[in-house]
Design a protein around this ligand. Sequence first.
Ligand code: SF4
Length: 299
Amino acid sequence: MPIKTNELNIISNTTLRRPEWLKVQLGSDQNYTEVRKLVNRQQLHTVCESARCPNIGECWTRRTATFMILGDTCTRSCTFCNIKTGKPGVYDLNEPQRVAAAVKELNLKHAVITSVARDDLQDGGAAMFAATIRAIREVLPGCSVEVLIPDFRGNLNDLDTVLAARPDILNHNVETVRRLQKELRVQATYERSLSILRHAAGQNFMTKSGLMVGAGETKEEVLQTLRDLREANCRIVTIGQYLPPTKAHYPMDRFYHPDEFAEFKHLGLELGFSHVESGPLVRSSYHADEQAPHLAESA
Ligand code: SF4
């Protein structure tokens, strides 16, 4: 079954013409179809679909996906993001088991779990993250688990709830440079995100963060963000091109050339990151499965 062409729309919705290096792979083989059927059968949400990720063809063909727990409706209204904003409904307490069953069926070596922001819940959804980590461990003990978490409004007790389940990688994105936080992440702050990363790293967790470029930041601001992340002891960083999902989203300023992404990678490694995934189509969970064995060696 050919992939729906949402990801192509992402790019065509921008006013700038898509450069050659942003061409994406279509998902049309059996693996892609199997992942789709599995997601539907287990009634799961994926950020791959909800965020209209340009890599869905490639990732699903490789039988990797990022599962999004706690529903498909986010309580925040980030201006870069395609995920639906509103009042979320009740969530399913059995969702961790359904995610775990999907992870097992895909026989993942590395699972990435994220969620919508749930500021309506007292713990921000922390207990469900912890339950999902444990459920995966129960059915597939050899699978490493990465959680891409919201900021829990800065509540470190909620973060500790997640950490108590011992994720292999604690991922939390700063998304953009300090100056553009209010424009892109209306209800979040840069300092709060750094404090989340700092707290987890302080307990010896492998931490990861990511940002998009092309939203109007300067290169020096990107570098300063990398320095700030290192200061918070962040070990892995992802850097990718910002592509507005629709014309109604925050506008793109420019395309970065692959050479500029290579330069960010070089500078990031010089700053001491263990791993820098930097490229036009890089997203927070892009090739996360390939980073995991690398990390085991460098931990
Ligand atoms: S990069 Fe992440 S969100 Fe995008 S398709 Fe791949 S696994 Fe899904």
